[in-house]
Design a protein around this ligand. Structure first.
Ligand code: FES
Length: 230
């Protein structure tokens, strides 16, 4: 485990309800990876929260935090965040991918680092979003579709060459996605308190047996996941 300190060097309001926070640090998560962050002093070891980068640079990364989130009370210019990580496995964008599809039903921010990576490589990005989000804050090159995910997926799946989802599909959508399930990565929605493989609180049942989201995930191929209804 790598421990470091992030220093808050920028806070930008996004829409009416959230902040983009820049943390300067030397350990930078790759798309698919996360950091554990602790915003206040405590001796309790599991008081870390999972941070997915929205963008990365060579000297740090940004995260998004809602104004109502108590962590925002501890953030101001110059404040420090204790960091552990990067944790988890990065996800590469396939060399043949020319069009990346991102799908989120609660908050798109955990997938935004993939958009940055794809756009930098000249890959088209489409984002299906079924929740409230200040889409004007997104890179204008991202094609955003808002609405119910099932009809959006039914209409557009044929061109998706690689898909990343922060959205756990139920049986009906899972069936719809079956033909391309090996091209789809799904973000585990389990808590990841330790990030180190110690607590086993993030166990995911896959076709290869139990795996830990904080070590082998947190993104898993949909074709590898076993669900209760199978
Ligand atoms: S978060 Fe503790 S084992 Fe994964």
């Amino acid at each position: 485990m790598r421990f470091s300190t992030g220093r808050c060097t920028d806070l930008v309001a996004i829409g009416n309800d959230r902040l983009q926070v820049k943390l300067d640090t030397k350990h930078i998560p790759l798309p698919g990876q996360f950091m554990l962050g602790r915003f206040w002093r405590t001796i309790y070891p599991y008081m870390n929260t999972v941070l997915f980068p929205t963008t990365t640079k060579s000297n740090g990364f940004t995260i998004e935090i809602k104004n109502e989130d108590t962590r925002s009370n501890y953030l101001s210019l110059g404040s420090k965040v204790s960091l552990i990580g990067p944790c988890g496995k990065p996800i590469l964008i396939n060399k043949t991918t020319r069009h990346l599809l991102l799908v989120a039903n609660k908050n798109p921010n955990k997938l935004l680092s993939f958009a940055q990576l794809a756009l930098t490589s000249g890959i088209d990005v489409t984002f299906f979003i079924s929740c409230t989000y200040p889409v004007k804050s997104l890179d204008p090159r991202i094609e955003v579709h808002r609405g119910e995910l099932r009809p959006l997926l039914e209409k557009h799946l044929d061109w998706a060459e690689q898909v990343l989802m922060d959205f756990n599909p139920g049986p009906i959508i899972r069936k719809l996605l079956d033909p391309i399930s090996s091209k789809i990565y799904v973000l585990s929605d389990l808590m990841m308190p330790c990030g180190s493989g110690a607590c086993h609180g993030c166990s995911v049942y896959t076709k290869s047996g139990w795996q830990l989201a904080c070590k082998q995930g947190p993104f898993f191929k949909l074709s590898e996941l076993q669900t209760e209804f199978e």
